[in-house]
Design a protein around this ligand. Structure first.
Ligand code: DON
Length: 308
């Protein structure tokens, strides 16, 4: 089936659904988003950008930003990063604190909140928080070739005002010596990168390098090595949906990273970068219709990293 038709069919089907999940309200600003929104975008390695639904409306990318901060931090410190953050699925919710005590303040992976806060701490090295935040935003703008992408300061402030669990995680890791800066500084970076606002079209553009062996397919320029791109995709597959990662791999069969804003970045290695947005979440905090839409699209297009 032509990709454009598949996207249109998926978007039309999702528009009809009434079982949309629940919009996140624990960050008050996110609770204001219309749950009826749905957007989807695909950017193919051969240079096509195809969209359907509300694909040009910006939303809060939240934890999807952790793919880009991990990429940047690996560029800064290389494999030394894995001394401070693990690479195993947590099997726990994204904001869980329980494993940290047993595992001496070393978070299971870079995508749970604790892991991403350590990554923010790594990105702070030698910088003021404002500079580290600027570096992350510029990196994402560079990946999309779009300087209009911004941080939604109201979302960042809303999360800081209610981020008691993240403060607990950061303070706890500081007590084990796994934060090198003051917890509030690492959290300042973390809250701001989670508050970056992007559309599905922009997000799919940002993921191009992961679908194309580490290179921007439009320019041929290398963002990361092919090996690093594969490894980031491996982390997305195993840890990108928290304790829903196994279910996403089972149903969709491609690496993906979700955010509580309702977005998902999906990578079909060698083929395309995908972004979907539907604000209602399932019980694991992942977009309910976003997951379903990617499942249907992958089936229509016969996309799976497990396909022969
Ligand atoms: O720290 C938080 O709770 C949010 N900034 C990000 C959480 C998130 O997106 C989890 N993803 N599904």
């Amino acid at each position: 089936m032509p990709l454009e038709q598949a996207l249109a069919e998926v978007a039309a089907e999702m528009a009809e659904r009434t079982d949309r999940g629940d919009v996140a309200t624990y960050i008050p600003q996110l609770g204001k988003v219309d749950p009826k929104k749905f957007g989807i975008a695909a950017v193919t390695n051969d240079g096509r950008t195809l969209v359907a639904g509300d694909a040009d409306q910006a939303f809060s990318i939240q934890s999807i930003s952790k793919v880009f901060t991990l990429t940047l931090a690996l560029g800064n410190v290389g494999d030394a990063l894995w001394k401070r953050v693990g690479r195993e699925p947590s099997g726990n919710p994204f904001n869980s604190i329980v494993q940290l005590e047993h595992e001496n303040g070393i978070p299971r992976n870079p995508f749970i909140n604790a892991g991403a806060i350590v990554i923010s701490d790594i990105l702070l090295a030698g910088h003021q928080p404002r500079e580290a935040i600027g570096e992350i935003l510029r990196f994402i703008q560079f990946l999309c070739d779009d300087e209009t992408i911004i941080i939604d300061r109201e979302v960042a402030a809303s999360e800081r005002a209610t981020g008691y669990r993240n403060f607990a995680l950061a303070n706890y890791m500081k007590s084990f010596g796994n934060l090198h800066h003051a917890p509030e500084l690492a959290l300042g970076v973390y809250f701001h990168h989670c508050a970056i606002a992007m559309s599905c079209r922009q997000l799919a553009m940002a993921g191009r390098f992961l679908a194309n062996g580490g290179k921007n397919p439009a320019t041929g320029h290398s963002v990361v090595s092919a090996e690093r791109a594969r490894r980031i995709c491996a982390m997305m597959l195993t840890c990108g949906h928290y304790d829903g990662s196994g279910d996403f791999a089972f149903r969709v069969g491609i690496p993906g990273k979700s955010g509580v804003g309702g977005g998902i970045l999906g990578i079909v290695p060698g083929v395309a970068s995908l972004a979907v947005w539907s604000p209602g979440l399932n019980a694991n905090g992942n977009s309910k219709l976003g997951s379903l839409a990617l499942e249907k699209l992958a089936r229509m297009m016969n996309w799976s990293i497990f396909a022969p």
